[in-house]
Design a protein around this ligand. Structure first.
Ligand code: NAD
Length: 499
């Protein structure tokens, strides 16, 4: 059986705890590798290496740090096909979607290639007599990232690209479900010329996460995963004096106004609800048609579109989506479908019991569609994270606007309309962090930033963009005076002012 190990000090370290985890092939349901689950000793080894390497890395001029990222970008592009296949084989998403996962992460790497420009501070000449003031951004030291299974390439790159570009050392703790691509990314960074110890990977579960949160030499933690764990990570990390950003779960709504281009909206919705088997934090698992007539037309078109979907193995070029990540996750999604039925929602299309010929043990779920879902249902309130779309009917714009605004999650939302005023009103008032207007998955580009509201995000800074640069740096302000030689000799006993 293939062993997946930590990547510490530039080489694989086959150490310690003796605990292991299974990595499955979701297409076949078979175990394909054994993951070594680390403990505090493995983390200590990584931190010691990072501590020795980081000051030298921070002292290199930022342009040279950017050149490593440039070379990494080229290497990633050369290895794209193999990386996408590796990613699909552990996650289950189709190959082209895995390429999207890699490319969206790469866009953040490209953004970070302009790090010399982004580290420039501000300068005020003559802020007082002979006094100039300027600011600079300096790295925090050692940072850590804890990532979810659903984007095993993109989310690690969201974190390590800005952390490393700004002069930090970074330790990645990826998901136990699909750990191979994070290891390959780290290997490619080393091949690109990154010094040993600046990017390392430690594998593990809660034990490793707790060790990271408590480690006195780790200055900052970036987390992406489900909300309860995000909240836990935020509280424990902050209590230990760290800077923490912790992104959580989601339940994104797509609002369909009566004047929307319904065919375009349905095409977008089906992709956003069922793509990647619904395992995206920016998926659209809830659709809110405004008015009964819109609801009836939407439902009819959705049922027809769902009937054309092809679920297949992740190497099937014609499949729209593949299996979910594990048997446990499949059981959880199917349980939520049952909960929806028990709570009185109308199950229009039932994806349970789906079996793919020749892959009967794979973790496949067919597309499901619910109608007449209501806000009091738990199946509506909670994240399902599977290929399940729920129709929640709204009487008017105000009722539709209230649904995502009052939901516990506030990651993304989309509005479909031809009315600019309605779109503007919605954009201003909706209580959600990322808004799409006639765009189903409004993941902002790399030079903006990513982050939800409410229980979708704990902490102050978003991921990537200038927000990422701010998260991974601290500001130093210098007030300097170069007098002309003649000392004034006066002591000041009041707070200095520039008046
Ligand atoms: P998860 O919360 O189960 O795991 C995330 C990380 O936390 C993993 O590295 C895991 O090892 C670790 N972890 C798991 N249990 C833990 C525990 N008890 N204590 C400490 N650490 C623990 O999430 P997942 O299932 O891998 O990913 C799916 C979730 O991530 C969904 O809720 C999804 O919405 C969310 N997500 C959010 C965003 C975002 O930016 N808001 C992006 C992607 C995914």
């Amino acid at each position: 059986m293939r062993i997946i190990d930590h990547l510490i000090a530039g080489g694989f370290a086959g150490a310690e705890s003796g605990r292991t985890g299974d990595v499955f092939d979701p297409n076949t349901g078979q175990v394909q590798a054994t993951l070594r689950l680390g403990d505090k000793a493995a983390l200590d080894a990584a931190v010691a290496t990072a501590k020795a390497a980081q000051p030298g890395w921070a002292a290199i001029n930022p342009q040279r740090r950017a050149r490593v990222l440039f070379r990494f970008k080229e290497l990633l592009e050369q290895n794209m096909q193999a990386l996408a296949e590796l990613l699909s084989a552990e996650h289950g998403k189709v190959i082209d979607d895995s390429k999207g996962d890699l490319l969206r992460g790469l866009e953040v790497v490209e953004f970070c290639c302009s790090i010399p420009h982004m580290l420039k501070g501000e300068y005020s000449q003559g802020a007082g007599p002979g006094i100039d003031v300027y600011s600079m951004r300096q790295p925090l030291g050692i940072g850590a990232g804890i990532t979810p299974f659903n984007f095993p390439a993109m989310i690690p790159m969201w974190m390590f690209a800005p952390a490393i570009a700004t002069g930090n050392a970074f330790i990645l703790k990826p998901s136990e479900r699909d750990p191979s691509v994070p290891n390959r990314l780290c290997e490619l960074m080393l091949e690109a010329g990154l010094p040993d110890g600046i990017l390392q990977v430690v594998h593990g579960d809660k034990e490793m996460v707790d060790a990271i949160l408590d480690h006195p030499d780790i200055a900052a933690v970036s987390f992406v995963g489900s909300s309860d764990i995000a909240h836990y990570v935020y509280k424990r990390g902050v209590a230990a004096g760290k800077r923490v950003q912790a992104m959580g779960g989601a339940k994104n709504h797509g609002i369909i106004m009566p004047d929307a281009d319904l065919d375009a909206a349905v095409s977008d919705l089906v992709g956003a609800a069922y793509g990647s088997a619904g395992e995206r934090c920016m998926a659209l698992p809830v659709v809110v048609p405004v008015g009964e007539e819109t609801a009836e037309r939407l439902r009819e078109k959705l049922v027809a579109a769902i009937g054309t979907l092809r679920v297949g193995v992740s190497t099937d070029r014609d499949a729209q989506y593949g299996p979910v990540v594990t048997a446990a996750h499949k059981a959880k999604v199917e349980q939520w479908i049952q909960t929806g039925v028990d709570e009185g929602a109308e199950l229009v299309v039932d994806g349970r019991g789906f079996s793919l010929q020749g892959h009967e043990q794979g973790f496949f779920i067919g597309p499901s569609l619910f109608d007449r879902v209501t806000p009091d249902m738990r199946a509506y309130q909670e994240e399902i994270f599977g290929p399940v779309l729920q129709i929640v009917r709204a009487r008017d714009f105000e009722e539709a606007l209230a649904l995502p605004s009052q939901h516990q999650y506030g990651n993304g939302v989309a509005l479909y309309t031809r009315n600019g005023h309605a779109a503007r009103e919605f954009t201003q008032r909706v209580q959600v962090g990322m808004v799409g207007i006639n765009v189903p998955i409004p993941v902002p580009v790399a030079y903006h930033s990513f982050g939800g509201w409410k229980r979708s995000s704990f902490g102050d800074h978003n991921q990537y963009g200038m927000e990422g640069i701010r998260f991974w740096t601290k500001t130093k302000l210098v007030t300097q005076r170069w007098p002309d030689g003649g000392a004034s000799g006066d002591s000041a006993f009041i707070i200095p002012t520039m008046g």
